[in-house]
Unconditional design. Structure first.
Length: 107
């Protein structure tokens, strides 16, 4: 039998894979859906498929144990942040501290 630490690491990795599939599918759907004459079918069908896959994946990974579910969710959220970073336009990624704009004096 595998130890709990290994199972939690696998649950985290599975959450990352599920998140990658979910957000990758969302990205693909947006690209296809906006160019389609039937965008509602693309978006609705994609949502049902993506949510079904993720829920089934969480069910299998958790095996009825809440710590696995929680760690799987953390992996899923990590994939979300990675997807957000990868799909953000380069000019909106901040580099360094934010400087406040100067104000004109009122004399």
């Amino acid at each position: 039998m595998m130890n709990d630490g290994l199972m939690l690491m696998l649950a985290w990795a599975a959450g990352g894979v599920l998140g990658g599939a979910f957000f990758g599918g969302l990205w693909w759907t947006v690209r296809k859906g906006v160019a389609s004459p039937y965008p509602a079918l693309w978006f609705g069908g994609s949502l049902l498929l993506r949510v079904s896959v993720v829920l089934a994946g969480f069910y299998v990974v958790s095996a009825g144990r809440w710590p696995r579910t929680l760690v799987c969710l953390l992996g899923f959220l990590a994939a979300r942040f990675i997807a957000m970073r990868l799909t953000k336009p380069p000019d909106t990624i901040r580099r360094g501290p934010i400087r406040e704009a100067g104000h004109a004096s009122h004399t």
